[in-house]
Design a protein around this ligand. Structure first.
Ligand code: GDP
Length: 198
């Protein structure tokens, strides 16, 4: 099995992105943060795993949020041998502010914790910065540079930072940069058979 996992906090548009990418509905009608278990779908001979959304939401306690994080970490540890890629979905325009809020509390945002964890596990991670339709064209590069830096990549132009960042607008179906990254990584793994019709 060749597995790709999707992680992200609740409401970043992970379901919308998966729908746009695969044409299939995942996790429809379920309240965010309530479902603890990962869900799966087979697509083009690989397994896509949709991790539960994490983060604070109304009706979701901090303990529950920790539970979700631990579920994700445990799942990834258990299946590390078959997970080749992760797509970490973030809300592009909201991300910097979310991180600052955590910083103010002297806490590390779950997004960053998970990113470091995935790196430690040797899993290639593409950051899908979603909702970029909300960012003005001439402000996109600066925002993406900030995001790369927050994730610990080099300061400067985001395209040269070493981060695999895909600016997308999932609701409008504008996901080309993500598809390019995925195809590129599959190619490096000599799995050009995956995603061939894209
Ligand atoms: P999930 O909790 O991460 O699975 O998020 P959903 O896919 O349910 O989306 C959460 C909200 O974000 C919904 O209101 C979506 O319509 C909205 N959304 C998703 N993708 C985009 C996008 O590309 N741009 C904008 N502006 N909103 C989006």
């Amino acid at each position: 099995t060749f597995e790709v996992v999707f992680v992200g906090r609740s409401n970043v548009g992970k379901s919308t992105l998966l729908k746009s990418l695969t044409g299939r509905n995942v996790r429809t009608g379920k309240r965010p943060g309530v479902t603890l278990k990962p869900t799966h779908l087979y697509f083009d001979d690989f397994l896509i795993t949709d991790m539960p959304g994490f983060g604070f939401m109304s009706g979701v306690t901090p303990e529950k949020s920790e539970d979700v994080k631990n579920t994700i970490v445990r799942y990834i540890e258990e299946h590390a041998d078959r997970i080749y890629l992760a797509v970490q979905v973030i809300d592009g325009p909201a991300f910097v502010e979310i991180v600052e809020r955590w910083d103010a509390r002297d806490e590390i945002p779950i997004d960053l914790e998970l990113h470091d964890f995935l790196e430690e596990m040797g899993i290639i991670t593409v950051i899908a910065a979603n909702k970029m339709d909300r960012v003005k064209e001439d402000e996109k590069d600066e925002l993406l540079g900030e995001i790369a830096e927050i994730f610990g990549y080099e300061e400067g132009p985001w395209k040269e930072s070493g981060a695999l960042i895909a600016p997308v607008a999932a609701r409008a179906g504008d996901i080309r940069p993500l598809v390019s990254h995925l195809k590129n990584e599959f190619h490096k793994m000599k799995r050009d058979d995956l995603f061939k019709h894209f």
